[in-house]
Design a protein around this ligand. Structure first.
Ligand code: E4P
Length: 232
């Protein structure tokens, strides 16, 4: 089984570049990445991206906090393109589970990416509300978990085993911190991993020998010592 690589970015030029790379199967964005990319008008900026990226799946997130408004935004975002997945956070800012939103949209055949997932219990609740005939993604935030000293692997393993019989429901390794996360995601048969562009580029270095890594390390330290003209 192949673990698909998505690129985690909202910058237009980077999406244009990475859209042409065969290693990249899709894209994920979120409101913070859109802000970082300098998007002023959410819709116009997304439509500009979709002119370039019109085949590979791409997720755009709702940013409303009330369920009624989330639904309105989701219908709008869904209308932007056939390759669009609408990202819905698993809870709103009050901590209320977005199950009714997920159920309504998924039953209507709208492709969803349920985001900000940190526990197996959340995966179970999401899974119950998803229509198994509709393509959906469940995004588990590995890096943010690891940043807080928690091991992401057990929740991934349980979530993958819950969804594996449903070909339309995919588990996504989100919040990637390093290239080795791709190896980990492959080892547990995770359907998708989304990676920042810099980390995708590091995959090209896979297979490099320890001997040449040692040499590169020593050479770079020496070069920096010379550049700083260190002396003792
Ligand atoms: C992707 O869908 C997520 O929004 C993203 O991977 C979060 O990554 P971060 O934790 O590096 O912000």
């Amino acid at each position: 089984m192949k673990t698909k690589i998505f690129c985690d970015i909202a910058d237009y030029e980077t999406i244009k570049l990475f859209n042409n790379k065969p290693i990249v199967d899709g894209f994920t964005t979120n409101p913070s990445l859109m802000r970082l990319a300098g998007a002023k008008n959410y819709k116009n900026y997304s439509l500009k991206i979709l002119k370039t990226c019109n085949k590979k799946p791409i997720s755009f997130e709702v940013f409303a906090d009330k369920f009624k408004n989330m639904l309105e935004q989701a219908y709008e975002i869904n209308s932007w393109g056939k390759n669009v997945y609408v990202k819905i956070p698993v809870v709103n800012s009050k901590g209320k589970f977005t199950g009714p939103v997920i159920k309504e949209l998924s039953d209507k055949g709208i492709k969803l990416n349920i985001t900000a997932v940190y526990t197996f219990e959340q995966t179970q609740k999401i899974f119950k509300n998803l229509n198994k005939k509709t393509k959906s993604i469940i995004s588990i935030f590995a890096g943010r978990m690891a940043d807080k000293g928690k091991d992401p692997l057990p929740i991934f393993k349980k979530s993958i085993s819950l969804t594996k019989k449903n070909k339309n429901i995919q588990i996504l390794w989100a919040s990637t911190r390093e290239a080795y996360n791709y190896t980990q995601a492959k080892q547990i048969n995770c359907d998708i991993i989304t990676m920042p562009p810099k980390v995708i580029n590091q995959i090209n270095g896979f297979g490099k020998s320890f001997k040449s890594m040692t040499l590169d390390t020593v050479k770079s330290f020496l070069a920096d010592s010379k550049k700083s003209r260190f002396s003792l």
